[in-house]
Design a protein around this ligand. Structure first.
Ligand code: NBP
Length: 487
C-alpha cells in the first residue's frame, strides 16, 4: 500500500535552478518531492518552502524514498550539471522507477545526449523529455520559458504543471511541446546563441555611445531606459539600464567601469556556432559574439598589442571622430543600428533551427518558438511578438528580413545602421556584431555576389567546374592556358 499523500511530481538537483523551480511548482499548488545528492540542499529547500509560504514540498534523502513519494505514473525533473552527472542521476533514480514513469532533464544538455537517453529510457519502458529552461534563477522561481522536447505522452503528463509554472504572456504560457528527440535542448541551445548575439550587440551600442558619443553612465542609463519604452523593449535592455546606475561601493563612480573585461561562457554559444557550420547555415552575428568572448579572454595579449601598436605609431582616432559627432543623432542612429542588427541575428538563429528541423524531421513551429520566448527567458522582448506574427503570416518564411514588415523596417533603418558602423570603423571601435549583421544583410539581399570569381578560381586550380548564368550545364575551362596564350 502506498501512503496517501503522494506528490504530484519530483525534482532532483537542488542547486540554483532546481531549488527555485521546485518552489515555483509548489507555489502553483502542485505537491512536489525534492532530492539532492548532497542532502544539506534538501534541508535548505525545505527551509525555503516554509519561509516562502508553507509550500507543499517534501524533502527526501535517498533516491528510493524520493521516487516512492511520487504518484504514478511518476514524473521526475532532473536539474543537475549537464553531462555525466545527468547519467549518474538517471541511473540512481531509474533503479526505482517503473514502466510508464517519466524523466525530464531540465539542464542545458547537448541534444544528442538527450537522444541517447531517450533510447535508454525506452528500453526500460520509461518516457523522457529534454526540457530547456530559460530565465536563470529569477525565471525558475517566478516563471521561466520552458522548451520541452521528446515524448509527447510525457509532455501531456506534465502539461498542466508546466503551463502554470511557466511565465505567462497575453497569448498564453511560455511553454509548448517543441517536438520529438532532442529538439527541446536544441531550441534552448539556439536561444542561448541568440542571447550571445543580443548581449554582444548591446555591448557594442554601449561602446559606440560611450567612446564615440562620449556618454556618461548616467546618460547611458537614461538612454537604455528610454529605449526600453520602444521597439527595443526587452529584459536585456532593461537590465543594462540598471547596470549603469549601480555605484561602486569600493570607490568612485559606477561599478560597471571596474569590472574586468573578460567574458565567461559555458558552451551553448559554441555549440550553436558549431551546429551552424555543421548545417551550412550562416550565423555570423552569433559567431562574432562568440569570437568576441574568446578575444575578451586574451586580456594580457590585448594590453600588450595596444602598447606595441602605439609604439609602432598607431593613433587613437576616437577623439577626432567624436568631435564631429552630433550626439543626439548618434544616439538615435545607434538605436536603429541595434534593432536592425538584432533582426539579422534572430534571422540567423531561426534559419539554423529550420535547417535542423528539416534534418531531424522535428517540424518546429517558429511562430510558437517566438511566442514562448516572449516571457520568462533572457531574450524576452517585445519584438518577439512581431517575429511570431511574421511566421504566422508565412510559416515557410525564408528569412525574417524578407517578411514584408521587417523588410520595411530594415530599409528604414539601414542609413542609420551604416552611419554607426562607418563611424565606429573610422574611430577604430570594433563593432563585430553590428558589422556581421550588416554584412549578412548586404550579402543576403544582393542578387549577384562575387561568388562567380571564387567559382572561376576553384575551376582554375582544382577543375571543380562551374555553372553559367546564361546556359544549362556544368563547365570547365583551361583558364591558365587561355589567359597566357592570349597575353
Ligand atoms: P549546476 O549546473 O551548478 O549543478 C549543480 C547540481 O548538480 C547540484 O545539485 C549537484 O549536486 C548536482 N550534481 C553534480 Br555537479 N554532479 C552530480 C552527480 N554526479 N550526481 C548527482 N548530482 C550531481 O546547477 P544549476 O546552475 O542549478 O543548473 C542546473 C542545470 O540547469 C544545468 O544544466 C545548467 O546548465 C542549467 N541552467 C542553469 C541556469 C542558471 O542560470 N544557473 C539557467 C538555465 C539553465 P550536489 O549538490 O550534490 O553537488
Amino acid at each position: 500500500m502506498e501512503a496517501a499523500a503522494l506528490s504530484r511530481i519530483g525534482l532532483a538537483g537542488l542547486a540554483v535552478m532546481g531549488q527555485n523551480l521546485a518552489l515555483n511548482v509548489a507555489e502553483k499548488g502542485f505537491p512536489i518531492s525534492v532530492y539532492n545528492r548532497t542532502t544539506s540542499k534538501v534541508d535548505e529547500t525545505l527551509d525555503r518552502a516554509q519561509t516562502e509560504g508553507q509550500l507543499p514540498l517534501t524533502g527526501h534523502y535517498t533516491p528510493r524514498d524520493f521516487i516512492l513519494s511520487i504518484q504514478k505514473p511518476r514524473s521526475v525533473i532532473i536539474l543537475v550539471k549537464a553531462g555525466a552527472p545527468v547519467d549518474q542521476t538517471i541511473a540512481a533514480l531509474s533503479a526505482h522507477m517503473e514502466p510508464g514513469d517519466t524523466i525530464i532533464d531540465g539542464g542545458n544538455e547537448w541534444y544528442e545526449n538527450t537522444e541517447r537517453r531517450i533510447v535508454e529510457a525506452e528500453n526500460k519502458g520509461l518516457l523522457y523529455l529534454g526540457m530547456g529552461v530559460s530565465g536563470g534563477e529569477e525565471g525558475a522561481r517566478n516563471g521561466p520559458s520552458l522548451m520541452p522536447g521528446g515524448s509527447f505522452q510525457a509532455y501531456n503528463n506534465i502539461k498542466d504543471i508546466v503551463e502554470k509554472v511557466a511565465a505567462q504572456v497575453e497569448d498564453g504560457p511560455c511553454v509548448t511541446y517543441i517536438g520529438t528527440g532532442g529538439s527541446g535542448n536544441f531550441v534552448k541551445m539556439v536561444h542561448n546563441g541568440i542571447e550571445y548575439g543580443d548581449m554582444q550587440l548591446i555591448s557594442e551600442a554601449y561602446d559606440v555611445l560611450k567612446n564615440v558619443g562620449g556618454l556618461s553612465n548616467v546618460e547611458l542609463a537614461e538612454i537604455f531606459d528610454e529605449w526600453n519604452k520602444g521597439e527595443l523593449e526587452s529584459f536585456l535592455v532593461e537590465i543594462t539600464a540598471d547596470i549603469f546606475k549601480v555605484k561602486d561601493e569600493h570607490g568612485e563612480g559606477e561599478l560597471v567601469d571596474k569590472i574586468l573585461d573578460k567574458t565567461g561562457m559555458k558552451g551553448t554559444g559554441k555549440w550553436t556556432v558549431q551546429q551552424a557550420a555543421e548545417l551550412s547555415v550562416a550565423a555570423p552575428t552569433i559567431a562574432a559574439s562568440l569570437d568576441c568572448r574568446y578575444l575578451s579572454g586574451l586580456k594580457d595579449e590585448r594590453e600588450n598589442a595596444e602598447k606595441v601598436l602605439a609604439e609602432a605609431g598607431m593613433k587613437d582616432d576616437v577623439a577626432s571622430v567624436r568631435s564631429g559627432v552630433d550626439k543626439k543623432r548618434l544616439i538615435d542612429d545607434v538605436r536603429q543600428a541595434l534593432y536592425a542588427s538584432k533582426i539579422c541575428s534572430y534571422a540567423q538563429g531561426m534559419n539554423l533551427l529550420r535547417a535542423k528541423s528539416v534534418e531531424k524531421n522535428w517540424n518546429l513551429n517558429f511562430g510558437e518558438l517566438a511566442r514562448i520566448w516572449k516571457g520568462g527567458c533572457i531574450i524576452r522582448a517585445v519584438f518577439l511578438d512581431r517575429i511570431k506574427k511574421a511566421y504566422q503570416r508565412n510559416p515557410n518564411l525564408a528569412s525574417l528580413v524578407v517578411d514584408p514588415e521587417f523588410a520595411k523596417e530594415m530599409v528604414q533603418r539601414q542609413a542609420a545602421w551604416r552611419r554607426v558602423v562607418g563611424l565606429a570603423v573610422s574611430a577604430g571601435i570594433s563593432t563585430p556584431g553590428m558589422c556581421a549583421s550588416l554584412a549578412y544583410f548586404d550579402t543576403y539581399r544582393r542578387g549577384r555576389l562575387p561568388a562567380n570569381l571564387v567559382q572561376a578560381q576553384r575551376d582554375l586550380f582544382g577543375a571543380h567546374t562551374y555553372e553559367r548564368v546564361d546556359r544549362e550545364g556544368v563547365f570547365h575551362t583551361e583558364w591558365t592556358k587561355l589567359a597566357r596564350n592570349k597575353s
